[in-house]
Design a protein around this ligand. Sequence first.
Ligand code: ZN
Length: 468
Amino acid sequence: MISPRLRPMLSSFPAIAPKPLDRKWNCPMKITDLPLMARHFLSARWNWQHLRGPALERYQERRAQQIVAYALQHSPFYRNHWANHDPGSWRTLPTVDKRLMMAHFDTFTTRGIKRDVAMEVALRAEQSRDFAPLLNDLTVGLSSGTSGHRGLFLVSPAEQAGWAGTILARVLHGWRPHHLHVAFFLRSNSNLYEQVGGTFIQFRYFDLMFPLEEAVARLNAFQPHIVVGPPSLLSMLASERSKDKLRIMPERLISVAEVLEDHARQAIETIFSVRVQQIYQCTEGLLAVSCQRGALHIQEDIVMLQFEALEGSEDRLVQPIITDLWRKTQPIIRYRLNDLLELDPAPCVCGSGFRVIRAIEGRSDDICYFETLTGELRPFFPDTIRRMILLASPDITDYQVVQERNGQLHIYLQTEPGASFERVAQLVRASVAATIAQYACRSADVEIEPGLPPALPGKKLRRVRRLQ
Ligand SMILES: [Zn+2]
């Protein structure tokens, strides 16, 4: 994702004509929500500066106990799921995951909303691309479901206000107050973000499905101070900026929804001369936000993360189990997420007591496998695959890797113009062979192709993918 010659993937997306590209987000916020949002904003600031050590632990314990008690009373699913366990020892309660949640959706939430009804509302919104799907007073969200399971999420107005207040506090560290324009690029699927609008801040929503040229024109007119979007989109904007087609001077860039890789981050930061901040959030919750120093801090006053070491990673990689400390409509308690994280054992120099995620390595679904000389299967983590390709040659500008079966790799390479593709492919082959041999595995069946596969509209970009 370095070069300005990035394929403008968005431009190949079908334009959906009748809808306007953007809409103003100064939607009439319920007046009752404003104090709530302000309260969360202030407490988020306070927590960030003061919660640490035993005080943080007590805080998390108190919130978790409240959420568990609430779920026990109002969610038939959890009541049943914990039937033979002591809810007081919530840290060891049986876990849940997306599959289990979706299978028991009708009894999972605390509002008795049926899965079919919620799904219909969400799908209708997705098809019409009118993302204000409400069910009674609840916002309905649909998770992207890269692994084939779509997840449904319900959020109440109070939860939205809390989310908005918190995220503003965490993103706007040390921000001087002035009228702010914020551009949000979203893949769609909920009006969760619309809450953040008003006199001092104007949000504008850009649909990722729209053509890039149109987005560029609208951005030039809007002149955002902050641009929020997936890193693949930010890279495309950087490319437009370097061609002088995009003429904006954002003060912050915020990466969401996909893993922000180092080489993409550096390229975007160089072109815009501004740091890329990262929000690590999924429909299951707000997990981490980067600080002024660029470290990705777990939002420990919002979610309690427990970790399980991943087998075969020598304890380097962990998988999180999430307990959301606030959400009551759809309680997320001991929810297993299949992302792979590397934690930083050292505290951050910014002074916050919240722990730091050093890297998000992708999804456990994307671990690739190669056969060892003794016939066993050895896992190769997405980060290892990434490095063995990127480090092979400086002429690689972008890449994607798909493993269709054990011991095999299909590699797509985009190279600098003028570079010999054959030469680069040869270097990549050598690098793959060396890495795989280093782990005592049989040589891999490698196919290398020039150019990247066409992007699927609205799909998250995953550079390393394992087909299940
Ligand atoms: Zn920090």
